[in-house]
Structure formats: structure tokens, C-alpha cells
Design a protein around this ligand. Sequence first.
Ligand SMILES: [Zn+2]
Ligand SMILES: [Zn+2]
Length: 229
Amino acid sequence: MEKHPEKHTPFFVVLEALQESDGCALCQLEAQAVHQYLDTLLYENVTNAGVRRKLVRSRGFCHRHACEVLAFSKGLGTGLIYQDQLRVFLRFLGGIDRRPEGLFPASAPGRWGRHAECPACRIQEESRRRYVRVLARSLGEAEMTKAFEDSAGLCVPHFLLVWQAARGVKLRQRIREAQQAKMSGLLKELEEFCRKQDYRFKDEPFGAEANSWIRAVRMMVGWEATGLV
Ligand SMILES: [Zn+2]
Ligand SMILES: [Zn+2]
């Protein structure tokens, strides 16, 4: 019998991410949500006229998510989307000389720029809202608390959101203490890593702290770029 029949529920999604992620669990969940969205878009939804119209309004994707689209190496799906983008900009170029008032901002119809949010950013924000709320609400439960305390800790942007969303002085204190422990541990590793850069200690082999400088950057700004900082 399955250990958790409700495993698909957001509670267990967050629990499992905390238990399995080697970085910020919420960053991982957001990255998964965006990856899933782009995967479905590039493989299935790209021929949907409504989807394509929305992508025209958003001018495709923001820079960060456009780079992620390229990483799929899905030439046809990407080509169909950006065929639209090129056509729209060519139409815009046709009238550019008649726009002495300026080309930006996008809020004015007819000017260049986004007329809708990057759809991948929207998916990421929805995922963020959902999982921050779930984590903040369920951190009082023993199973989630333990998973949080045993996890790699949240990145700073996600920690601040969860702390803010948590209700009750005791719960906030507990979240803060767990985060402090994670960050203090990482700081010690980073200090050790930097110490070993000194020529006097160069013969000491690196341990787990070898990649602490990468984990420190990820902890401060988000494991995947969160768009929050
Ligand atoms: Zn994060
Ligand atoms: Zn985006």
C-alpha cells in the first residue's frame, strides 16, 4: 500500500521537495513548474491559435525564460513561436518612422514592448504563491517541520516570503531558527573554503565545502533564478 495516498497533494509535493532537494525546495518546485509548462507548450500547445496569440501579446518570453526555451533544443516549436515574433516586429518596423513620440513603453498600444506578462513568469509566480502558502501553513506539522529542519534550507527570497506568510510568533521563530542554522552552517563551510585558498594551507584537501561558494550565491538569490531579487 502506498505510504501517502494523498501524495499528489501540494502538502506532499512540498514535503518531498524538502526531503529530496539539495538546494531550496521552493526554487526547485518553481523550476519544475516552468519546465513542465515549456515542455508541454513546445511539444503540444504550440499549434494552438489562442496560445500563439497570447505569446504575441507577451512578445514571447522574458530573457531568462527565452534562454530556457533554447535549452529544450526544440527547433520546430520554438521556430513557430519566434516566426510570429519576427512578423510582429517587422509590422512594427513598417510604421516606426511615424512614431516620433517614442517607441516605449509597451502600455501604449502600437508601441513596442510587452503587452502581457511573460507566460513562463506567470506560471512561476502561480507556483510560488501556491507552495509558499502550503509551506507556511504546514510548518507547524511535525512531518513538515522535520523535513524543513533536515533540508538544505530555503534561499533568502523564498525564506522571506515563507516567514512573512507564517502565522504566529512561535512558528515564525521556528522557521527563523531553522534558517539561521542552515545559513550559519553554510557560512562556516564558506570560511573554510576561503581559508584553504591561502597558500599556507594549499595541501589540505577540499571536503564538502568545495562548492560552498556556489551554494552561497544560490542561497542569496535563489537556486534557479527566482525573479524575486
Ligand atoms: Zn528558493
Ligand atoms: Zn519569464
